[in-house]
Structures are given as C-alpha cells and as structure tokens.
Design a protein around this ligand. Structure first.
Ligand SMILES: Cc1cc2nc3c(=O)[nH]c(=O)nc-3n(C[C@H](O)[C@H](O)[C@H](O)COP(=O)(O)OP(=O)(O)OC[C@H]3O[C@@H](n4cnc5c(N)ncnc54)[C@H](O)[C@@H]3O)c2cc1C
Ligand SMILES: NC(=O)c1ccc[n+]([C@@H]2O[C@H](COP(=O)([O-])OP(=O)(O)OC[C@H]3O[C@@H](n4cnc5c(N)ncnc54)[C@H](O)[C@@H]3O)[C@@H](O)[C@H]2O)c1
Length: 461
C-alpha cells in the first residue's frame, strides 16, 4: 500500500535561504498557498542567520571586545554561548513567522525532484510529495573540498560551522585559502588568542584589490600576529597524536606547518547534488550552478533559482535582490532583472573591515578610463576624529574618480565603519551623484562618513 502523503501548493520553495523565505512571505501575503521545504531543523532562515553572516559577525564583535585580562578559553566559550543564543532565537523566529501564516507550511526534510512539477521528501511511510505549478530553488552553496592528500582522513579538519560552534579555542588554527571566509576566521580567531596561519595559493592576499590597498590590509592582519604565507601549494596533510602536519610548497621548496585545527576555506559551490535536477529537466553549469536568465528562470521557465545556487555573487543581499526579481515575475510587471544591478558593494569583516564597490584603479586603467585617484590613510583624515575616539586609526580610503564627469567609479575603504560608509558611496554611484557633491555634503559629527568631506579632495594621481 502506498502511504505517501501528496500535497499541492501554488508555489513550492526548496531551501529556507534569504531569497526563498523573502519570496515565500511576499507570495503568502498576496494570497498564494506556499510550501517551503528545508532539509535541516537547524537551518530555518538559511545559512546567514545560522552558520554564516550573523554568527561570524557576532564573533567579530566578541573577539574585538576581549581584554588582556580575560582568560582566553573561558572568554571564547562565553562568546560561543552568546552566538548560540542569538542564532537559536533567529532560527525560531524565522520558522514561526512563516509557518505561523495560514497559507504557508514549512516541511523539514531534503527535497529532490521527481518530475518538473513535483518533489519528494523522505522515504517509506514518511514520504511526502509536493506538486506545484511554480517552484523556487534556493538551496544555497556548500564548501568546496580541496583535493589534498590526507585532508579528508585528518581528525583535525574543521568546517566554518564547526568554528562557529567550537567548544574549545584551538591553540593553532591553520586556514587554507585567504578569501572572505578564510580572512574573517583568521581575524576572529587571532583576536580570541589563537595562533593563526593562512596558506593562500595566490601570490598575494586580496589579489582582486589594488596592491596598495591589499598591502595595508595584509599589514594589519600580519601586525595582529596572523602568519600569512602566500604562493603556497598545500600538498598533503598527516596527523600526529596532537596535530595535523600540513605540507606546502612555496618557491619550489617544501615546508610544514603544525596545527591542532585546520579549515579549508577555498570557496563554496552551488548546492545542487541532492536535488536530482535532471528529473525536472533543469540545466546546470559544469560547476553545478543552476543556469538562469536575467529574470532567474531556469531552463524550465516555471522553475526559478535564487541565491548562491544560481552561481551569482555569494552574498545575502544578492539573494534578497534575487527574491525581488522573482516576486516581480510572479506578482509584478516582470521588468526587474539582474542586469539592473549597479554598484553592488562588498565588505570583508576583518578588523577594521574592508569594503569595496565598483572598479579598482587597476581595472579603470586597464579600461583606458581618464581617472583621478583620491587616497588618504585613516590616521591622517583630520575630518574624521571618530577613528581616534574609538582608538582604531588603521586603514586607508581610496576612491577612483572619472576625471571627465567627476562621477565615482569605485572605492576601497579599509576603516572603522567601512561597512556603513560604502553604502553611501554605492548609492551615490547608482544615483550618479558627483564626487564634489559627496565631498561637500553635510554629515553628522563625529562620524566616519564625514571622512568623505576630506578624502575626496586628496587627489594623489
Ligand atoms: C561563514 C560564512 C560567513 C558569511 N558572511 C557573510 C556576510 O557577512 N555577508 C554576506 O552578505 N554574506 C555572507 N556569507 C554568504 C551568505 O551566507 C550566503 O551568500 C547566503 O546565505 C546565501 O543564501 P541563499 O539564499 O542562497 O541560501 P542559504 O541561506 O544558503 O539557504 C539554503 C538552504 O537550503 C537548504 N537546502 C539545501 N539543499 C536542500 C534540499 N535538497 N532540500 C531542502 N533544503 C535544502 C539548506 O539547508 C539551507 O538552509 C557568508 C557565508 C558563510 C558560509
Ligand atoms: N563578508 C562576506 O560578505 C562574506 C564572508 C564569508 C564568506 N562570504 C561568501 O562566501 C564565499 C566563499 O568564501 P571563501 O573565502 O571560501 O571563497 P573565496 O572565493 O572568497 O576565497 C577562496 C580563496 O582560497 C584560495 N584558494 C583556492 N584553492 C586553494 C588551495 N588549494 N590552497 C590555498 N588557497 C586556495 C583562493 O585563491 C581564494 O583566495 C565568498 O565568495 C563570499 O561571497 C562572504
């Protein structure tokens, strides 16, 4: 006897990420019956509030509050407790706010496609199928596991999620990969008091940024005691009783680093393996990203893909903007598109943070643009006493300006509050506000934004 429970909905959402939940709320509010399927009861709300942005930024905050007299292990354990309390509150809130709606249901279990309108969740007597005319895929991304001999068998390998929930501060954390995730954990764990080594295969950190900006950021990280080894190819990992021995080659010579925890932070790839997309006829790239058009429709036009899973930039606010596009397709006039995006900023939450938007100086020169460069070290910005009032004067601000139009082409802000300042700069870029207007605007005092009053006039090239 078939005991499968067969459910139907107007819209099925697979994955409780930022894009999926935002669309689910809007669609239920518009009277649609929505079923959202999330594989884990520890992931209601998705990566960001559970194991991504929110807990890591809380760890940045805690680690920066550590005083010399605080005992490292106890301080770390208390911080992890604080993170757990916040993430579990956010998780519960995410579940209740959606599942509590009359026309929304959250099902916990991994979904896989049966055909282009139906997914299956669970096995045997617990099996549920959900059939819907419209389906949103929002399954996020998962870490790329580098093919390093011995890594998988090592007892000392940790994931970013392990580091967010760790019981014990490692003595020495080695991080393979110095990108967003690697550098944020390096900065956090160093501030908590662990020894930290970063092994990056590129010749320098932050290779996409201008050399002068990357050098200041690297100097700050190194000055905080993080050992940075660039141009390193990790060739193998073996365990002793108490450590992983990581072998790497640099400049043709073999070296080792010993650490009681190591994290592979070498990128994340779209999470599509478990979905059986061929059963629905949904096409993917070689990297497993769901192929979408600028309205986020897949090769099956009634199926959309939002967030990390579609291979776009891996940021929560991009997933949110994906939701706006899909909502516009399903409830609006259908004009909004990914091609509308201009000046999307990014922030790397090291201490102080590095926020960037638009072109670098190198990119602008490669494009043959007629540019002016404004640049000043944070410690020298007289108009920004806030840096001194909070005792964080490290960093640099750099702006790439169009010499013909006075528009801002790009910015790199390595400074206290950079994650806030960059949003004003990005808005100015989108709205075509000139550098002179931004320079002469009135800002509150003492704030970090008022640095714009000065730096935009410090033309260096
Ligand atoms: C440590 C870390 C720190 C980060 N920090 C930042 C930051 O500061 N700022 C920022 O903007 N971005 C940050 N990011 C990136 C950001 O978290 C992601 O870009 C964003 O969360 C992606 O959201 P999403 O909507 O694509 O899906 P996700 O939020 O990843 O949600 C996908 C959900 O789908 C579920 N799922 C997967 N497969 C199935 C299936 N078959 N059936 C049912 N459910 C399934 C997963 O369990 C998950 O809950 C960080 C990421 C990490 C890992
Ligand atoms: N603040 C934020 O917004 C934030 C924070 C964390 C993560 N994220 C998102 O998560 C994504 C994944 O982060 P990530 O840091 O894992 O990826 P990433 O692509 O940012 O960086 C990966 C780094 O690993 C290096 N690398 C790759 N293979 C290597 C190897 N075998 N040995 C040594 N180095 C190697 C690369 O050169 C690169 O510098 C990011 O792209 C970002 O979009 C965002």
């Amino acid at each position: 006897m078939d005991t499968t429970t067969a459910l139907t909905a107007d819209v099925l959402v697979i994955g409780f990420g930022k894009g999926g939940k935002t669309a689910a709320h809007a669609l239920t509010d518009a009277g649609k019956r929505v079923i959202l399927v999330e594989q884990s009861d520890q992931m209601y709300g998705g990566t960001c509030p559970n194991v991504g942005c929110v807990p890591t930024k809380m760890l940045v905050h805690y680690s920066n509050s550590k005083r010399l007299e605080d005992e490292a292990q106890q301080f770390f354990a208390n911080s992890i407790e604080g993170v757990r309390a916040l993430t579990s509150a956010f998780r519960a809130g995410n579940f209740a706010s959606l599942d509590g709606k009359d026309t929304a249901t959250v099902i916990t279990g991994a979904a896989r496609f049966v055909d282009e309108h139906t997914v299956s969740i669970g096995e045997g007597d617990d099996r549920i199928t959900v059939t819907a005319p419209t389906i949103l895929i929002n399954t996020g991304s998962e870490p790329i596991v580098p093919d390093i001999e011995g890594a998988g068998a090592s007892a000392f390998q940790v994931s970013s999620t392990d580091l967010i929930h760790a019981e014990r501060l490692p003595r020495h954390l080695a991080i393979i990969g110095g990108g967003y995730l690697g550098l944020e954990f390096a900065s956090i764990y160093r501030q908590f008091g662990a020894q930290v080594t970063v092994l990056e295969e590129a010749d320098r950190l932050l290779a996409k940024e201008d050399t002068d900006v990357a050098e200041v950021a690297t100097g700050i990280l190194a000055g905080d005691g993080i050992r940075i080894i660039t141009g390193a190819t990790v060739t193998g990992i073996t365990d002793t009783a108490s450590n992983a021995v990581i072998t790497y080659v640099k400049d043709g010579e073999s070296h080792t680093v010993e650490a009681d925890a190591f994290l592979a932070a070498t990128g994340r790839r779209p999470a599509t393996d478990s979905l059986d997309l061929p059963a629905a006829g949904v096409e993917t790239t070689a990297r497993g990203a769901v192929i979408v058009d600028e309205h986020l429709r897949t090769s099956r036009p009634h199926i959309f893909a939002l967030g990390d899973v579609n291979g776009g930039p891996q940021f929560t606010y991009v997933s949110l903007d994906d939701a706006r596009i899909v909502i516009d397709q399903l409830l609006g006039d259908g004009t909004r598109a990914t091609s509308d995006r201009v000046a999307v900023p990014r922030t790397l939450f090291i201490t102080p943070p590095l926020a960037t938007v638009g072109l670098t100086e190198r990119e602008a020169r490669e494009q043959g643009l007629n540019i002016r460069v404004a640049r000043e070290n944070v410690a020298d910005i007289v108009a920004m006493p806030r840096a001194y009032t909070v005792e964080e004067t490290r960093g640099v601000m750099k702006f790439i300006l169009d010499a013909d139009t006075d528009l801002i082409l790009g910015a790199a802000i390595l400074s206290i509050d950079a994650q806030e300042i960059i949003n004003t700069v990005a808005l100015a870029m989108r709205q075509r506000v000139t550098a002179t207007t931004l320079k002469n605007a009135i800002y509150t005092h003492p704030s970090s934004t008022e640095a714009l009053n000065e730096v935009l006039g410090v033309i260096v090239g």
